[in-house]
Design a protein around this ligand. Structure first.
Ligand code: NAP
Length: 269
């Protein structure tokens, strides 16, 4: 494959836990070319030197517009923070650069606005709260189970440096469950919390619980209850490599999109 045919990719948050995995994945795929890293502090330093490898000849820049103007990537992968990602997506769409976003914590208003911007500019974009295939299957199986066992609670478990709660995966799972489950308020009508928050967050009549502990990566269990039986659907990402096949697939798929796709499940058959 010639350099010209390669998909040029910039990575926002390339110094972070997910960003470093993305850089390794890009370097291992001959059809992809890593052209720039974006970081809020580093500027002009070689990405390879910062993330503990040999020099790559690819710089960190602290200005996203400068990175997009100078290196003209086809795709911007973003694994940053809930406070940064919306602005990054706005900028990328403005420059006609396709965002592939794993950062979580969007509001529904932000999602609607970004969808509109993509449609207007005919720019493809993918936002996936979880890039692990097992997590996508967990969501799909949970949505199917909720049709037949509508009493459900979601428990999501993540490392203690995660900024947003509940996780984007739990919100997406809840949305998919709500779309297939008959809506009603679960539990006892007079249920009361003696400690605020004991019953978790309410979503469409059911509950989401968020656990944060060191040692965890990204985990989710969806519990169903019915007369005389329970069903648990659980997914565990035990390392961050688990997300990379999904990110790789999204980078290739976004090249053929002209609107925003929310959720990797929409790219699977
Ligand atoms: P992290 O290790 O804290 O990395 C975030 C990186 O973003 C840091 O290197 C940070 O570095 C950089 N950053 C912050 N503000 C920035 C800005 N304004 N411009 C450029 N870079 C900026 O976090 P992580 O564990 O990699 O997670 C990142 C996000 O991905 C989180 O939202 C997490 O929930 C999500 N996530 C998604 C999936 C999925 O499958 N979709 C999987 C795992 C995690 P500086 O502060 O030095 O700039």
């Amino acid at each position: 494959m010639t350099a010209q045919q390669k998909i040029k990719v910039a990575v926002a948050g390339a110094k972070g836990r997910m960003g470093q995995e993305v850089v390794k994945m890009l370097l291992a795929d001959d059809s992809l070319s890593f052209v720039a890293g974006i970081d809020s502090k580093l500027n002009g330093v070689d990405v390879g030197e910062v993330i503990g490898g040999k020099p790559l000849g690819v710089p960190f820049l602290n200005s996203l517009p400068e990175a997009l103007e100078t290196y003209r990537p086809d795709v911007l992968v973003d694994f940053t923070t809930p406070h940064t990602v919306y602005r990054h997506m706005e900028t990328a769409i403005e420059y006609g650069v396709r965002p592939v976003v794993g950062t979580t914590g969007f509001t529904s208003e932000q999602m609607a606005d970004l969808g509109q911007r993509c449609r207007e500019r005919k720019v493809g974009a993918i936002i996936a709260p979880n890039f692990a295939i097992g997590a996508i299957l967990c969501m799909k199986f949970a949505a199917t189970a909720a049709k037949y066992m509508p009493h459900v609670e979601i428990i999501e478990l993540h490392h203690d440096q995660k900024l947003d709660a509940p996780s984007g995966t739990a919100i997406k799972t809840a949305e998919m469950i709500a779309a297939s489950r008959k809506q009603f308020a679960q539990g006892h009508p007079q249920e009361a919390e003696s400690i605020e928050g004991a019953r978790g967050a309410g979503f469409d009549g059911f509950r989401i619980h968020s656990v944060r502990l060191p040692g965890l990566v990204a985990h989710q269990e969806v519990l169903f209850g019915a007369t005389g039986q329970t069903l648990s659907i659980r997914h565990d990402s035990i390392n961050r490599e688990s997300f990379m096949p999904g990110v790789n697939m999204a980078i290739k798929a976004v090249m053929n999109l002209d609107s925003l796709v929310y959720g990797l499940e929409n790219l699977l058959d």
